[in-house]
Ligand binder design. Structure first.
Ligand code: ATP
Length: 363
């Protein structure tokens, strides 16, 4: 059966129950051929369950999944077309690197010459040429994950599934391998889904991010989209750093915190007026330089403390009324303005960078 709409993978109203617990709630999603998509969300949000449903490792309770126009909803994993890499390497400990990579090719009885040349090609691709005779226990974590990747790609699958493949690695190896993975995916153009709870990883690697929370998709978009235009308070909070300031609505384009009124961008004016609202601004968007008297959206704050983070400082600001804001100031701004804890300063919140959400939990 054809999906008829050009998407390589189509997830259609998929729900999954474990007993009475609903892990996925009516999830629909389309992934295009060659895309690198990250499922991002906190622990328990259902991202692994969705990946396992796509692989056929845990069949969904309801809904359907189509891959390349084929209804794969009820197929066992062996009849689906994917390669998978898990967080825990999952290599065969008693097989050499070459034998691990060759495993799928050998079990489908490919000629030896073809297997040997494919293994050599794959090991070169993941930067492990010359490691053929070693066993997994003789490799570092990063090398083991490269072998797992080569093994997953051996059968030239239509879909590459990655379940937190970098989580067990230390920060430097992780960052390095992340870059290599992206480059490899670009080269091979294999449609790829990676599960991660690490928002920085998702922002760095994905063509599109699927942000999940409590079994539902909160937002699907490019990294820039999701970061700049979060659709919900959850996404705003989960992806990147975000400040939430409790405000009341004054008019269609104004909100108030204490006695200070803020002008909102036109995109935020349609917000409903019932319930509590939070004005959201990213730490790096808070303006400290050239704040003019009479300028819109200024706020007097006191610097509570500052954290030096290498290329910038993250300042914790206390606003009159007791709310706190995080602001990222460049090292140059810190020096030029001689900023230090205890100091009272005036900041500005640029209109075009403000978002407004109806929320209870953050205010
Ligand atoms: P994590 O990053 O912690 O793995 P996740 O987003 O991948 O989180 P899932 O593994 O998809 O989360 O699990 C979603 C929910 O379903 C969790 O509450 C989990 O406890 C539950 N769950 C997953 N597998 C099972 C199972 N086999 N039996 C019962 N509950 C399960």
């Amino acid at each position: 059966m054809s999906t008829g709409d050009g998407a390589y993978l189509r997830i259609d109203h998929v729900s999954k129950y474990f007993g009475a617990f609903q892990a996925l709630n009516d999830v629909s999603l389309e992934i295009n051929s060659g895309e690198f998509v990250c499922f991002l969300g906190p622990s328990g949000c259902g991202k692994t369950t969705l990946l396992r449903a796509i692989a056929g490792l845990d069949i969904q309770t309801s809904g359907r999944i189509f891959q390349a126009g084929r209804d794969i909803s009820a197929l066992p994993p062996a009849q689906r077309d994917f390669g998978i890499v898990f967080q825990s390497y999952a290599l065969f400990p008693n097989l050499s690197v070459a034998e691990n990579v060759a495993y799928g090719l050998v079990s489908t009885k490919r000629p030896k010459a073809e297997v040997d040349s494919r293994v050599a090609e794959l090991l070169a691709l993941v930067g492990l040429r010359g490691q053929e005779p070693k066993f997994p226990s003789q490799l570092s974590g990063g090398q083991q994950q490269r072998v797992a990747l080569a093994r997953a790609l051996a059968m030239s699958p239509g879909l590459l599934l990655l379940d937190e493949p970098l989580s067990a690695l230390d920060a430097r190896v992780r960052q390095h391998l992340r870059g290599e993975l992206k480059e490899l995916q670009r080269k091979l153009k294999v449609t790829t889904i990676m599960v991660t709870h690490d928002q920085e990883e998702a922002l760095a690697i994905a063509d599109r991010i699927v942000v999940m929370n409590q079994g539902v998709i909160e937002q699907v978009g490019t990294p820039l989209d999701v970061y700049r235009h979060p659709k919900t308070a959850f996404v705003a909070d989960f992806v990147g750093q975000m400040n939430f300031l409790p405000v009341e609505r004054v008019s269609t384009d104004r909100v108030r915190y204490g006695t200070t009124e803020f002008l909102m961008p036109s995109s935020e004016q349609a917000v409903r007026d019932s319930g509590k609202s939070a004005l959201c601004v990213r730490p790096e968007d808070i303006q400290i330089r050239n704040v003019a008297a009479g300028q819109n959206n200024t706020l007097k704050v006191k610097i509570d403390h500052m954290e030096f983070l290498g290329s910038f400082c993250r300042a914790e600001l206390v606003v009159e009324g007791g709310s706190h804001l995080k602001a990222d100031f460049s090292i140059n701004a810190m020096r030029d303005l001689a900023l230090e804890p205890g100091q009272e300063i005036t900041i500005a919140l640029p209109v075009e960078r403000l978002r407004l959400f109806q929320v209870e939990s953050h205010v």
